[in-house]
Design a protein around this ligand. Sequence first.
Ligand SMILES: Nc1nc2c(ncn2[C@@H]2O[C@H](COP(=O)(O)OP(=O)(O)OP(=O)(O)O)[C@@H](O)[C@H]2O)c(=O)[nH]1
Ligand SMILES: [Mg+2]
Length: 296
Amino acid sequence: MGAMSFRRERYIPRGGPDGGNGGRGGDIILVADEQLTDLTIFRHAVHHKAERGQHGEGRIRHGRAGTDLEVSVPPGTRVIRDDAVIAELDAVGDRVRVARGGDGGVGNRAFRSSTHQTPRETVPGLPGEQAWLTLELRLAVDVALIGLPNSGKSAVLVALTGAAATVAPYPQSTREPAIGPLTDDEGHIFHVIDLPGLAEDGTPRPDSRLGQLERARLVLHCVDAELPEPPRERIARVRDAVRDRMPPGAREWIVATRAFSDECPDWADYAVETELEDGVDALRTAILAELSGATV
Ligand SMILES: Nc1nc2c(ncn2[C@@H]2O[C@H](COP(=O)(O)OP(=O)(O)OP(=O)(O)O)[C@@H](O)[C@H]2O)c(=O)[nH]1
Ligand SMILES: [Mg+2]
């Protein structure tokens, strides 16, 4: 708030206008904090309010600005306002201002001029911005497994990472994405995600979570080497389905499943026989080399 005040001092019988300006209110800033891994704290603390600015006072004392309020969120948080994504805080330390503090008021001293010696005008401070935000935690994803139903995505995830995922001899056995970790020699953890969601004909199912693909740096496209239908046609079908969601710059490797590594088909980059654990170590080593190289 601005202040209205006139200077009153003993030997200055008619002091000039001296009301200072009010301080502006604090902003609300979201900060990606590595200590957090989920959004559960927001279940208990829904409302966040930054400090208000201090009032201006006489003797041209301007009010102090309100302190900004920093709210910690886990890295990977996506901020949505009015159905639009306004920010993604992916890296530790990423920050975004989500609400501005209101401007402080203007004190009467600001209105003085040669013809206007005793201004009584003040402008009150404005309220700060209020916003309802939707926070969505996007899982950390480095490697995504995609492919037609029953192509061995879950089997490859389990073989590579030891994740507890459902592997079953019928299509669409996996409904929810499953995640497993891969750790390199220096202790960096990479996340491999099994992304089900394509129907038999390669079109995305309505409940597909393929949007998670957007964050992958490496896509492992699993293709069953034993099926009679030409693999290149199946590959093209899956590529058509995910084309819009392929992250720019991500690499795609074709992984033939139910195939031995020393007989890798010419349409594939790698071949694995997950039941016999053949080719799995070589694939894991190649993935880590690709990802570790990319982080330097
Ligand atoms: N022998 C052998 N069996 C495999 C291999 N890969 C997958 N399978 C089997 O094929 C079946 C399907 O594998 P999943 O890993 O469940 O396939 P998926 O792509 O996850 O399938 P959905 O989740 O249904 O889309 C399971 O019975 C696996 O054990 C492989 O390399 N060798
Ligand atoms: Mg599966």
